[in-house]
Ligand binder design. Structure first.
Ligand code: MOS
Length: 751
């Protein structure tokens, strides 16, 4: 049984290597099958009709016209929509959001589904949807941060505290010799993964198969089962590949439930794939924030108080509020700390988790405010941060499980050339006369673990099979998790088959919170160890094995053999051990989770420092990020190539957040005016240059058995502030609203 035998695997022969994506060739050659590539026999196409008002009710739909269109098979509206067994307004589990599945004729936001048309072809369904020609009774929409009366948030996103105070905030303000009081704004952003949400639903009796991109396969199985009154086991979710998720594909949503319902109603498989504009509404977004930061410092530049308030938009019918002010909780040593959240209910879809929820928006404001405070104190921004470096978690006094942030600062600064930075703004020009500015920001993201299970099999031929329902939304789970499994089984990577991406496998946990590698990887590691342990029990108890009696010294697994620890001359292959024992597979199981008592002992975060160079045209005020150097410490790095890619992806999102991305609402209609890639800007290759990632070595004995933190989200966190600060340094203008636009600088320039 596990841990009865001293036993070791050589962790690190596969893990730690920059292996290329195992799914890379399939993806670039087009053989990887995404959800919408499925076309089961007899499949109907579904198109949903999005509301074109943001508040009110639907008064008329021309169902007869739609039904009369050739190829249209069914039109589902609140008038004929079959009952769901589970209530779409219920919060039946922690990740449940309320949503619209045609329960009535109310419109709560633009792009909400108000009808679903099913047809033999996509073209017929599209035309049928157009023919419905909805009429409305519209009320005046509430949009934006001033759209409604704010309310105080006690419990924020995912149960995080809405109001946190450590120390005496009033005393901290009073003790300050210099103070800052600034307000920053961040916009609503929409996930816009390359692959839009899609589902192909097929019923067989009271069982349903869902081909869909999903970040939380096993959890979603239970959630969708709930709405249809069937047990989780009756729902099979297949999600081998996702074209991005960013948090949006972890949450059950209305359009998907409607497609599943349509398949049950018609008795035929149904495919629904959202159009790009339909992504702006029913599948989550990042709410807008307005954040007030008050900082006080003493004569030595040490913070006496860090007081962070955040107001964020949420929907009228659910409660997800961005935990932006919590970004100030884990990072800087301040005499007193306060994070306070309020919400404002507006007529939009409910916000949800979006890559680096909380921290992305919160640190954008925090890091710019830190820069403003440093400027006021006449301190270099890096020096100011070092003076306020937290050796234990501020407020709680908990030790960090590990924290190589100082190394991140120093290595990033050195690589960037930070020491040559003039303190004053508007001091640097390049050979073309462009204004050049340098800025920095600190990155922080919590290192959570969820729960997962895995199974590991040693086969009679000496190869391995491992199984866990993980999700690879592009981050590289197919590869990194297989590397972990291979090491835990003491096998080369090409001798390990990895089955994943399907809900009939052991629960791989959620691909979210930057915790997937730690969680699913932890379960795979435990399962591999268990299988090896069972194999070792067999060998050491068998007088015919060279390992017989090695129980006290222990065994080591590597390259498909068990060795007596410290005696390489005594070894045997897995295949030989299994053959003599009768030739049956050896099966191990494992699970991973962080016990609460372990979580209570340490503060656990990934850290980083990002340095940005921008160039700004002195006449046109066009801005370009010309260099970004990010140094990150995130525990053990399983695959440096993929981790670097994740961190770069986050940093590119940082560019996007700082300079491009923003959903614009029409105050008269409540509609999003730029719900497409022409108007909703994200960076293209020409916007990204000079990106460098440094990973700083970090051994973390406390975070989990393998010392893994996470790299999925932290890249955004320091980058936004670094770019905002670089723009100030180039121009002398503080723009306190993201994204920073040319017109903001022009206006500032004119005074
Ligand atoms: Mo995420 S926002 O943890 O997928």
């Amino acid at each position: 049984m596990p841990d009865t035998l001293p036993f070791a695997t050589r962790f690190g022969s596969n893990a730690g290597q920059p292996v290329s994506r195992r799914d890379g060739v399939a993806k670039v050659t087009g053989t990887a099958t995404f959800a919408a590539d499925n076309h089961p026999e007899g499949m109907l196409h579904a198109v949903y009709v999005p509301a074109t008002i943001a508040r009110g009710r639907v008064t008329h739909l021309d169902v007869a016209a739609a039904r009369a269109h050739p190829g249209v098979v069914e039109v589902i509206t609140p008038a004929n929509r079959p009952l769901l067994e589970g209530d779409p307004e219920a919060k039946h589990f922690m990740f449940a959001f309320r949503f619209e599945a045609l329960q009535d004729d109310t419109v709560r936001y633009a792009n909400q589904p108000i009808a679903l048309v099913l047809a033999e072809t996509l073209e017929a369904a599209t035309e049928g949807a157009r023919l419905l020609d909805p009429r409305y009774e519209a009320e005046s929409p509430r949009v934006g941060l001033d759209g409604n009366t704010p309310y105080t948030v006690e419990v924020g996103a995912f149960g995080r505290r809405g109001q946190t105070v450590h120390g005496d905030v009033a005393a901290g303000h009073a003790a300050a010799v210099q103070s800052l009081d600034v307000t920053y704004e961040t916009p609503a952003q929409y996930h816009n993964a390359m692959e839009t949400h899609a589902v192909v639903a097929q019923w067989q009796g009271d069982q349903v198969t869902l081909d869909m991109p999903n970040q939380a396969i096993v959890m979603s199985r239970g959630a969708y089962g709930y709405y249809f009154g069937i047990p989780a086991e009756n729902v099979l979710i297949r999600s081998p590949y996702l074209g991005g998720g960013f948090g949006s594909k972890a949450i059950p949503n209305g359009p998907t439930v409607l497609a599943i319902l349509a398949a049950r109603m018609t008795g035929r498989p149904v495919k629904l794939m959202l159009r790009r504009d339909q992504m702006f509404g029913p599948v989550g977004h990042r709410g807008a924030t307005r954040q007030r930061l008050r900082i006080g410092i003493d004569a030595e530049g040490r913070m006496t108080v860090l007081d962070h308030e955040s107001l964020a938009t949420t929907s009228t019918f659910d409660d997800f509020v961005e935990s932006a002010a919590n970004a100030s909780q884990g990072l800087y040593a301040a005499g007193a700390l306060r994070s306070a959240h309020s919400g404002v209910r507006v007529d939009t879809g409910t916000p949800g988790p979006m890559r680096a929820p909380g921290e992305a928006s919160g640190s954008a404001a925090l890091e710019c405010a830190m820069d403003e405070m440093a400027e006021r104190a006449g301190l270099d921004p890096l020096e100011f941060r070092l003076r306020n470096y937290a050796e234990t978690e501020p407020g709680t006094g908990l030790p960090y499980s590990s924290k190589a942030l100082r190394e991140c600062y120093l290595r990033g600064a050195e690589r960037f050339g930070w020491a040559k930075r003039p303190l004053q703004p508007r001091q640097m020009r390049d050979e073309d006369g462009m204004l050049v500015g340098w800025g920095m920001g600190t990155a922080l993201f919590h290192a959570p673990m969820f729960q997962a299970q895995a199974r590991a099999v040693l086969r009679p031929d000496g190869t391995g099979l491992v199984e866990t329902a993980a999700a690879d939304m592009g981050q590289g789970a197919w590869t990194a998790l297989a590397q972990i499994a291979a090491d835990s089984l003491g096998l080369p990577l090409d001798k390990v088959e990895f089955r994943s991406g399907s809900s009939d496998l052991p629960d791989g946990g959620v691909a979210g919170g930057s915790g997937h590698t730690a969680t699913a990887g932890g379960a795979l590691h435990a399962a591999g160890r268990d299988a090896i342990d069972r194999l070792a029990q067999i060998a050491t108890a068998d007088p015919a094995s060279p390992l017989f009696g090695a129980g006290n010294k222990g065994v080591t697994a590597r390259d498909g053999r068990l060795f007596v620890t410290d005696d390489d001359s005594r070894s045997e292959s897995y295949a030989e051990i299994i053959a003599r024992a009768g030739g049956s597979e050896v099966i191990g199981t494992g699970s991973a989770a962080r016990p609460p008592e372990q979580a209570a002992k340490h503060a656990m975060y990934s850290h980083g420092a990002v340095f940005a160079e921008v160039k700004v045209d002195p006449d046109l005020y066009q801005m370009r990020v010309t260099r970004l150097v990010g140094a990150f410490a995130a525990g053990r790095i399983i695959n440096p190539k993929l981790a670097e890619s994740q961190l770069m992806g986050g940093m590119i999102w940082g560019i996007s957040f700082a300079l491009h991305e923003e959903a614009r609402f029409d105050a008269r209609t409540g509609r999003i005016m730029n719900a497409d890639f022409a108007g909703y800007h994200i960076p293209v290759n020409a916007d990204v240059s000079g990106l460098e990632v440094i990973t700083v070595h970090e051994d973390d004995p406390h975070v989990n058995a393998l010392g893994i933190k996470g790299v999925g989200e932290i890249g955004i966190v320091g980058t936004v502030g670094a770019i905002g600060n670089a723009i100030w340094h180039a121009t002398g203008h503080r723009i306190r609203r993201f994204p920073i636009r040319i017109e903001d600088l022009l206006r500032a320039e004119r005074g």
